[in-house]
Every structure is written in C-alpha cells, then in structure tokens.
Design a binder for this molecule. Structure first.
Ligand SMILES: [Ca+2]
Ligand SMILES: [Ca+2]
Length: 147
C-alpha cells in the first residue's frame, strides 16, 4: 500500500517536471489547449488532425473548453456543424464524465448535432467538442443558460 503510493507520487513529480506550466486540467485531459469559455457565447471551432485525442482514445479528435459557474445554473451546450457528426461530452473538474450526447440537437433526419442541457452546481466544468466518427471540419459551439 505505502509502496504503491510512493511510486504514484514519484510518477506525478516526474510528470510535473517534464511538463512545466501545464495546468491541472491540461494534465487531466492530456491536452495542452484547454480553452476558457463563458456563458452565454458562440464559438467557431474546427476538429483537425493536430487536435487533442478524445478521452475515450477512440481515434477521434476533440477540442476541450473549460468554464466556471459562480452559482447553480441551467446550461445548454449545443454543437452544430454542416460537416462533422457532432458529439459532446461534459466533465467535472476531476475529469469525471457527467453527460455525453450524439444527436439530441437535431431531428432524426437532421445534421446530427449534439446538445447537452443540464442543471449544474457552482464549479468548474469541461466540455469536449468531439465527433461521432473520426472526422475533421468546422463546427459552432453555442452556450446558453436557461431560467
Ligand atoms: Ca480544434
Ligand atoms: Ca452527432
């Protein structure tokens, strides 16, 4: 037990020294570009082969966005695209996935847009803008709050 903890501690130290000023979230999601985002906002993004890997390691690419809520909030996260089959994941600050969605943002014959609507407590959260398959192309991320 103690031995395992010691090994783990050493591994974390080694990781720290190797990655300079990476933030905790960047380490957690193994991605050097976790961008800050706020509600409400509309962001244009694109999935590309130089993007970070999605947390499932399924070969798809993901853009990670972090936001902080000062109070409990009903959030609506909508990823829309004419090019890619949007797929969204929502995580807490520990990296635990709270929700994911493939096509809730469109009807059956629609463009396969993704939408997550959730009541969230105050805190820090991360969104992964992802695709259902291994795809690249532009998307729009719309963040709104509802009463
Ligand atoms: Ca990107
Ligand atoms: Ca989709």
């Amino acid at each position: 037990m103690h031995r395992a903890l010691l090994v783990l501690s050493l591994a974390l130290v080694a990781c720290d020294s190797g990655n300079g000023d990476r933030t905790e979230l960047e380490r957690l999601f193994d991605c050097d570009t976790v961008r800050e985002i706020t509600f409400p906002s509309t962001t244009s993004g694109a999935l590309s082969t130089s993007d970070c890997d999605y947390t499932d390691d399924d070969g798809t690419y993901a853009d990670y966005y972090v936001f902080e809520l000062d109070a409990a909030t009903n959030v609506d996260v909508f990823q829309t695209s004419d090019t890619i089959d949007s797929f969204l994941s929502l995580y807490n600050a520990s990296g635990t996935e709270l929700a994911f969605d493939d096509d809730s943002g469109s009807d059956f014959f629609g463009p396969h847009d993704a939408r997550i609507s959730r009541s969230l407590a105050a805190g820090v959260y991360v969104i992964a803008a992802n695709s259902y398959g291994v795809e690249t192309g532009p998307y729009t991320l719309e963040l709104t709050t509802t009463p």
